[in-house]
Write a protein that binds this ligand. Structure first.
Ligand code: PMT
Length: 222
């Protein structure tokens, strides 16, 4: 219906940061609060979708969704997503996944000794790129968090990762993105774009969810 354009559609959505352990008490993390992803999970549920939310650690109360899967590391998020991609129609990657993890997390607390400490990092799998490269991929909406040249980098990610849509935001400094209640997005797809100006993440999520529903419907009408 017009009110529930995503009725019966299965959405898999990642949100929040990941934590990459250095030792049993410390981790490498990032500033994602989970706010944008949680708002999007709620907005998609309101449009009728059956949402599976795979979330990294967040202090926020999760929205009511069909299924909530809590993870901590990028590898755990990767495993949770991989196990569920066959049963989804749309994949949304809102999470700020660590690109690297400590190569060998220490088994016990790292002691203070030398003046400098070197930690070797290794690449994490790119969850979104893997999903988009499946033989029959779901409809994919990625995010891009950039400090500079937002449009250019986002176009690159749309093309290189072969996504259906990408929502780009400026991060760092006072420009929104991480942590704050408000954000602005530049949404790109092959052949078009839409600017969603600075507004609350709840309103922004509603706009983005409707745009996603339109494009998903077009794909399935074709
Ligand atoms: O949580 P909030 O505080 O509300 O902040 C929201 C947000 C700024 C985190 C969000 O709007 C956002 O931009 N999320 C994506 C952050 C990010 O990691 O972007 P990226 O440009 O590094 O990654 C590009 C895309 O690939 C993203 O869809 C990301 O989920 C995905 N990715 C990245 C690396 C990786 N190993 N696996 C992935 O799936």
């Amino acid at each position: 219906s017009d009110l529930q354009p995503l009725a019966g559609v299965r959405v898999l959505l990642t949100a929040g940061p990941t934590r990459e352990p250095l030792d049993p008490v410390r981790y490498l993390g990032n500033r994602s609060s989970g706010r944008m992803g949680y708002a999007l999970a709620a907005a998609l549920t309101d449009l009728g979708a059956r949402v599976v939310l795979v979330s990294g650690p967040s202090a926020l109360a999760p929205p009511a969704v069909a299924e909530l899967v809590k993870v901590e590391t990028a590898l755990e998020m990767h495993a949770a997503v991989t196990a569920r991609t066959r049963d989804c129609d749309i994949f949304v990657a809102t999470a700020a996944v660590a690109d690297y993890r400590p190569a060998e997390p220490a088994g016990s607390k790292i002691k203070k000794a030398a003046d400098a400490l070197e930690i070797r990092l290794v690449r994490n799998p790119d969850i979104l790129a893997e999903v988009a490269a499946l033989p029959t991929p779901p409809f994919t909406l990625g995010f891009a968090a950039e400090t500079d040249d937002v449009e250019q980098y986002a176009r690159g990610k749309l093309k290189d990762k072969r996504l259906d849509m990408i929502a780009a935001n400026r991060v760092g400094g006072d420009s929104g993105g991480f942590e704050r209640d408000e954000n602005a997005l530049l949404v790109l797809w092959n052949g078009g774009q839409r600017v969603l100006p600075m507004m609350s993440k709840v309103e922004l999520a509603r706009e983005l969810a409707m745009l996603l529903a339109e494009h998903y419907a077009e794909r399935h009408a074709a």
